[in-house]
Ligand binder design. Sequence first.
Ligand SMILES: [Zn+2]
Ligand SMILES: [Zn+2]
Length: 425
Amino acid sequence: MKAVLDHVGIAVKDLQAALAFYRDALGLHVEAPEEVVSQRVRAHFLPVGQSSLELLEATSADSTIAKYIDKRGPGLHHITLRVDDIAAALAHLKARGARLVDEQPRPGAEGSQVAFIHPSSAHGVLVELKQARVPSSEQRAASAVTRFALGSLELISLFDGFFRLDGGAMFGVVPKALWAKPAPPDERNRILMAMRPLVVRGARTMLIDAGLGDKDDEKFHEIYGVDRSRNLDHTLAEAGVSPDDIDIVLASHLHFDHAGGFTVRDASGRIRPKFRRAQYIVRRGEWEDATHPHERNRASYIADNFVPLAEAGVLQLVDDDQTIMPGVRVRRTGGHCMHHQMVLIESGGRTAAFVADLIPTTAHLSPPWIMGYDLYPMDTLAAKKAFLDEAVAKNILVFFEHDPAVPAGHIREENGKRRVVPALS
Ligand SMILES: [Zn+2]
Ligand SMILES: [Zn+2]
């Protein structure tokens, strides 16, 4: 068996103190943190040559790392060896009498597969085996950071992972025989959707929506088929934007797949705004609806995603359609929810639109292809038709927040038929 040292895991009690040593005193670079939801752990990797140090921070008191620290104190937690074929490696170890914590590989960070070997077989050290995922070229392309110049503004389409929603619910009255072609369902009838927040860089740096975030538990991830192995932290870092660069966070609306990333849970379990310097801008009517949900919309509004913003004093409510920063204005569409808004971005005579759930994917281009989730579908229909006319006439660059493959495109009309021409950047 060929094995390479992948990383050394260190259980950390006080992350800031640990960073003061590993990052500041040793001068190592820290990568964007990674959440391992099932373990209630946040991992901070510091590359050292071909391998890394991994600082492991508990995100809740019942985390395996919190329990480890309670028992043994902070310190060396495990070493990870990377192998080409984890199933073969486990079979080999088992045949040699090694005691395995995991008889079968299980999902690890970044789409990898991992399995632990018991310390009693490894002379007092917890050993993790890991087989890295090789993402397909389609997955790589679908989760890429894409940059667009619009006059004097820069637009950067980010990615916060994939999730899955029921295909029937996503297309309302449209029969499956029709929607299953553009949006093929999985064995549970769910279709693949992405989350694509958008950065606008101009007079200030704005983030529009923030994806799902990392506060949800394993059960939630299972129900919604969440894959955040590549997420907002990775794509922000790739875009060269630090969370502390964000001046304004603008919400299209407060459903969990748009506002989940507004807040994070820290090691003490407290929830705080993720973007420390930002003002968060929400439409007042949407705030009222989100904080007073009813039976029909309750599952979409999770208070932890937005109530901490008000508590931290970083929430700003806007009443009407207006300019949020030079070149960026909001327009209420209603339909999906009463105060759903889209964002229009204009510079140098060109226009882009972040339409959020008005047209969530390119498969929703046809006016009657409206989500069953929409509270006021006839309002969606009217807003969508008006916007599509405008998009064709003005050659608007349209951002599709949930499309699994196409972050943005232009809408072309040929022989009375409309289609999306993907924009490459
Ligand atoms: Zn929504
Ligand atoms: Zn949505």
